[in-house]
Structure formats: structure tokens, C-alpha cells
Design a protein around this ligand. Structure first.
Ligand SMILES: Nc1ncnc2c1ncn2[C@@H]1O[C@H](COP(=O)(O)OP(=O)(O)OP(=O)(O)O)[C@@H](O)[C@H]1O
Length: 361
């Protein structure tokens, strides 16, 4: 066990260029017979935006609660800037928190909500006033300082919550489903704002969500959890393009898994044992059966099938195509002069052999 962290040491350690800012070392958390987090090890670098993504019950919130100090590990250790925080209670940890359960104080104005963390740190009135004014400007809420939370829209409340988490300049920020309560349009707008705030403040951030799009948009790296364990950690692009397992392939976006098909998969790479072939729906081209081969035909594999279903979804058209006993999902962007196929039409599906991926079963 490492020595517990001392407050006076925190600032210097956080400045260290070599240590990961946050490290989980073989952390397990059990509740009675349930193991919520199992032997989890991971690091978060300074300035990184790391998202923990996974289905319900996979241990995401427990991991964040452990990091926040609201729960203690059953085994293993959590290090912040290289030192164990096992013995440091949550209120003595220097961290910004935006949790759904950590709502704005309803009886305090926006300004007083923002002042609160500064007051807790003993910062004098004059400095508090300056910092609150500056922060309200940064999050474009200067006109709303006198309002009560109930007089704000959902998006504005969320912005105040972020501002409150950031105002005391914590070394890292913890977000739990930060945009979960917002409708789709507002969520997209807030994603862009959060991304630019993260860039501006450069603050190390750990975020929990089950919204894939949010994870893909905001994160430098994503940790995919399954049943208390880490299934894969990677950049959003790498996770989507090169999922390691069938679970990740299917959890993050749609995937065609080649199973029970009656043709041989042609790929550039050799298929490792214990894997299945996979291709993303947008990597498959759909053409009429008599359309002939494209210029890059010898790099492609061609199969024929029958359209089962066509779904029009705004900018996208999605087909279900039966090839032997398998059904393939094909997704294409709607474009001018593109042929539209109907259920019952015979079609040719083709894909680049280099777009085939092999994922562990
Ligand atoms: N306080 C608790 N007491 C008992 N079991 C718990 C407790 N907290 C979590 N668990 C269990 O631990 C497992 C992981 O829960 P956790 O809340 O971390 O999952 P999650 O991935 O955040 O899920 P969700 O997306 O639904 O919030 C679940 O099986 C859950 O029932």
C-alpha cells in the first residue's frame, strides 16, 4: 500500500510530467456476492478525456464512484499523481464533479452556486467575485448570475454545473452521464461546448456514459466495460475500426458478423483462430446484379443476394439483404442518381477485402 496523499503535496505531484494523473491498480469492488468491478487496471494521462462506456450493470458508475472516493475498493489501489488516495475521503480530494445526483443547489442563485466551492476552499470574497464573473463569461452565462436553477433551461443548468465543477481549478473532472437528461438537439450542442471547454481548460476528464455517440464525439480514449472488466481501451477511431472482440464490435455501432454463411471469406489478412470475420455496414456497397465489377474489382469480394427490407432514415438508406441463410445490413448515404432497391430485388454486395476485420468470439 502506498502512503496516503497529503494535501500540500497534491499540487506539485499533479505537475509531474511523467506520472499518469490517475491510475487504477488491480481494483476490485464487491457488494456482498456481486462483483461490480473486477481486477481493473487503467491509467489516465494529464489532459486526457477518457470515457468509460458499457451496458447497464457493467461497472461504469462503480468505477467512477471509486475514483471520486464515494466508495472504497475491496482490493487494489487507486493512485492520483502517483500516490494512493485510499485513505483520503471524498471531500478532501481536489476534484470537480458533475454527477446527476450532485445537482445544483436549488435554493441558491447561479452566482452563489459557483461561489460555493470557492468558499469551501477559504477563498476571500473579492477573489470569489472576480472568479465567478470570469467563469460566467467563459460559459456564456453572464446575464444569468442572479437566477435560481429552476429559472434555467436544462442546457443552462448543465453549463452551470460544469462551471461549478471547474471554478476551483481542480486537477481533474469527473462526469457521470453529464448530458443524459437533455434532448437530442441540446445534447449535440452541449457535446460541442464540452469539447471546446475541455480544450480550453485542458483538464483531465473521466466521463461515464452509455451513449455511444457522446463517447465517440468527446473522448481521446474510450474504455469499454463488460461485466466489471475492461473489454478494450482505445481511441474512438481504433475502437470502431478495429474492435478486438465481437462484444465491442456490436456494442459500438452496427456490425455484420459472418456466421453460417455459405461462401468463403476473402480477406487480405489470415484469419486467426478463435475469431469471426466482421464488416461494418457502411463498408459494403450495394449494386444491381448486372452492374459489373468496379475498377478496383480484384481488391473486392462479390456476393449476390435478395433485398429483404429497405429503411429510409433521412441522410441514410439502410438495407437488409439475404445472402444464403445470412442477412447483411448495408448502410449507404443517400446521393443523387443512386439506384434504390426494393424488397425482392436481386442485388450484388461487394466490399474491399481490406475492410474485413477479425474479432475474438
Ligand atoms: N450499492 C450497491 N449494492 C449492491 N450492488 C451494487 C451496488 N452498486 C452497484 N451494484 C451492482 O454492481 C454492478 C455494477 O453496477 P454499476 O452501477 O457500476 O453499473 P453501470 O455500468 O454504471 O450501470 P448503469 O449504466 O445501469 O448505471 C451491478 O450488478 C449493480 O447491481
Amino acid at each position: 500500500m502506498h502512503a496516503p496523499i497529503q494535501n500540500s503535496e497534491v499540487a506539485a505531484l499533479h505537475e509531474s510530467p511523467v506520472l499518469p494523473q490517475i491510475e487504477f491498480s488491480s481494483v476490485t469492488k464487491t457488494y456482498g456476492k456481486v462483483t461490480a468491478v473486477r481486477d481493473l487496471s487503467m491509467t489516465v494521462s494529464r489532459g486526457e478525456f477518457l470515457t468509460i462506456l458499457g451496458p447497464s450493470g457493467s461497472g461504469k458508475t462503480t468505477t467512477l464512484m471509486l475514483l471520486a472516493g464515494f466508495e472504497a475498493p475491496t482490493a487494489g489501489d487507486i493512485l492520483i499523481a502517483g500516490r494512493s488516495v485510499a485513505a483520503v475521503p471524498s471531500y478532501r480530494r481536489d476534484q470537480g464533479i458533475v454527477f446527476q445526483s450532485y445537482a445544483l443547489f436549488p435554493h441558491l442563485t447561479v452566482t452563489r452556486n459557483l461561489e460555493f466551492p470557492l468558499e469551501m476552499r477559504g477563498i476571500n470574497t473579492a477573489e470569489r467575485t472576480t472568479r465567478v464573473r470570469r467563469m460566467l463569461e467563459r460559459v456564456h452565462l453572464s446575464d444569468l448570475g442572479g437566477r435560481m436553477p429552476s429559472q434555467l433551461s436544462g442546457g443552462q443548468q448543465q453549463r452551470v454545473a460544469l462551471a461549478r465543477a471547474l471554478i476551483a481549478d481542480p486537477p481533474f473532472l469527473l462526469l457521470d452521464e453529464p448530458l443524459g437528461a437533455l434532448d437530442r438537439n441540446l445534447r449535440e450542442q452541449m457535446q460541442i461546448e464540452m469539447k471546446s471547454l475541455h480544450k480550453e481548460f485542458g483538464i483531465t476528464t473521466v466521463c461515464v456514459t452509455h451513449d455511444q455517440e457522446e463517447a465517440l464525439t468527446l473522448s481521446d480514449r474510450i474504455v469499454v466495460m463488460r461485466a466489471g472488466r475492461i473489454e478494450q481501451t482505445d481511441s474512438p477511431e481504433a475502437l470502431y475500426d478495429r474492435p478486438a472482440t465481437r462484444f465491442v464490435a456490436k456494442f459500438l455501432g452496427e456490425a455484420n458478423i459472418f456466421e453460417n454463411h455459405n461462401f468463403k471469406i476473402e480477406s487480405e489478412a489470415e484469419q486467426p483462430s478463435g475469431t469471426v470475420a466482421m464488416i461494418r455496414p457502411e463498408r459494403i456497397c450495394i449494386v444491381a446484379t448486372d452492374a459489373g465489377k468496379r475498377g478496383d474489382g480484384d481488391l473486392r469480394q462479390f456476393v449476390t443476394g435478395i433485398v429483404d427490407d429497405m429503411i429510409y432514415a433521412g441522410p441514410l438508406r439502410k438495407y437488409h439483404v439475404r445472402v444464403g441463410s445470412s442477412v447483411f445490413i448495408v448502410r449507404e448515404h443517400v446521393a443523387a442518381r443512386q439506384p434504390i432497391f426494393r424488397p425482392g430485388d436481386g442485388v450484388c454486395l461487394n466490399w474491399l477485402r481490406s475492410d474485413i476485420r477479425f474479432v475474438a468470439t
